[in-house]
Design a binder for this molecule. Structure first.
Ligand SMILES: [Zn+2]
Length: 455
């Protein structure tokens, strides 16, 4: 029997213990947005990590503390940094749960409870895999570090500082994040990045208050019209932002990435049904995925001015406000896009004010990086199934702190079922997914160990 088989057997023998530990962690609320149970959760998780043979320490931040863990001392072997979070979303509305969110239980092969999939059941897979390996084989053949933060559910406002301040401590060959759900087809998934985000607000003011549209009609400025004209002038009829500088840093997909896009399954009719549409805006599955991974967006998230209640009200609004979000792709940055957008707005309407409400750079890992192969083999072995490779999530994660600040490849390898209902009532993780996660991390440990010996 080889080391991996011995460790897999150990994980199998102790699977009830793993489940009990997960139940205990889920039963302890850790709601970051209201600071509920954070201290208790840190203590509990540290004890679980120490029990797995992981040395831990607490890293203070301006928000909730993060837990750092370290195990393995093999010079020349690769170092993996596992990232996760111990905080959870509030459970409300409670009446929509079929069981108490903090009294986890198994029904129909799924564990139900707040935080079970997002993210306690996922980072616990890494901890439990380490424990099983140490018990069955002995020392790890790799160096593993863990960073489990406590503010992910409020947007990771302290993660960039935390990583910048602890670059040496967190130094690794790559970062491995298990969060989110696998592909809806049930195939395991590897994701190589996330789109970034720039959120802005534009305000145009006219007179000092709303005015009668007859008595003052034709003699006062019309901010609503100015806003509509301004926004329309920033976009072409094909729906793409057209202001100078916006697309300067957008990079094309590589042939390898194009091949990945073609291989991602796409259910055209399911998509149309889900959104109540007759016709899609795109040709085929590959274009659907390309738009999500390689195209930036210019979205009007909200538009307000004047009266929009029932019936009529004849006024000239005094101001108009637009909320706009841009999803950014490599190598765009929120700073440069904000600069380009502000310049374009000011050129068209000097009275418009532009405010930045938030920004996160995009992140991307090269699928042909040497570690990509190891991760792909690992996932295949853990799930006994070929993984689906996704060049980038359409959504935004603070993954750039790893690819840009630490400067290393970063892989997102979700362990939860696609219908995990994270953030919603009846959050759940399939028991089978939890065990597949443990097996996947075990094969990662083995695969990295083999690579260490080869280099
Ligand atoms: Zn979440």
């Amino acid at each position: 029997m080889n080391d991996l088989e011995r460790a897999m057997n150990r994980a199998e023998e102790t699977k009830d213990e793993a489940l009990e530990t997960l139940f205990r962690l889920v039963a302890q609320p850790s709601i970051s947005t209201r600071g509920e149970g954070m201290k208790e959760s840190v203590e509990m998780l540290r004890a679980v990590m120490e029990d797995a043979g992981i040395k831990t320490r607490v890293l203070e931040t301006k928000g909730n503390p993060a837990i750092f863990g370290e195990v393995g001392d093999v010079p020349d072997a690769p170092t993996v940094l596992f990232y996760g979070h111990y905080d959870v979303q509030p459970p409300e509305p409670l009446e929509l749960w079929d069981s108490d969110p903090f009294e986890p239980e198994v029904r129909d092969g799924r564990i139900f409870g707040r935080g079970v999939a997002d993210n306690k059941g996922q980072h616990l897979c890494h901890i439990f895999a380490i424990k099983a390996w140490k018990e069955a084989v002995g020392e790890l053949p790799v160096n593993a570090k863990l960073l489990i933060e406590g503010d992910e559910e409020t947007g990771s406002p302290h993660l960039a500082d935390l990583v910048s301040e602890n670059k040496n401590l967190l130094a690794a060959d790559f970062v491995y994040t298990s969060d989110g759900g696998i592909h809806a087809s049930g195939s395991p998934t590897i994701c190589f990045g996330a789109r970034g985000l720039l959120y802005v607000e534009v305000e145009i003011n006219g007179a000092n208050g709303d005015a009668h549209s007859g008595n003052k009609g034709g003699v006062l400025p019309q901010p609503a019209w100015e806003m509509v004209e301004l926004l329309a002038s920033l976009r072409d009829s094909d729906g793409k932002a057209n202001f100078p500088g916006f697309r300067d840093d957008v990079r094309e997909s590589t042939p390898e990435e194009e091949a990945m896009l073609r291989d991602i399954p796409f259910d055209r009719n399911g998509f149309l049904e889900e959104h109540g549409l007759d016709e899609p805006l795109f040709e085929d599955g590959a274009e659907h995925h390309r738009r999500l991974a390689f195209e930036p967006t210019f979205n009007i998230a909200g538009l307000s001015s004047g009266y929009s209640g029932p019936g009529s009200k004849t006024i000239i609004p005094a101001k108009a406000v637009a909320k706009i979000d841009f999803r950014l792709v490599p190598e765009q940055t929120p700073e440069k896009v904000f600069e380009a957008f502000t310049a374009a707005v000011k050129e068209r309407n000097p009275n418009a004010e532009v405010r930045e409400l938030g920004g996160v750079p995009p992140s991307r890992t090269d699928p042909s990086s040497p570690m990509s192969r190891v991760v792909a083999d690992t996932v295949k072995k853990g799930w006994n199934s070929e993984p689906i490779n996704i060049p980038s999530l359409g959504g935004t994660l603070p993954d750039y702190v790893f690819t840009r600040i630490l400067g290393v490849p970063s892989f997102i390898v979700p362990y939860a079922n696609h219908d995990e209902k994270n953030h919603a009532p009846n959050e759940n993780m399939k028991v089978e997914c939890f065990y597949a996660g443990v097996r996947t991390t075990l094969s990662l440990i083995e695969g990295l160990g083999r690579r260490g010996r080869e280099r």
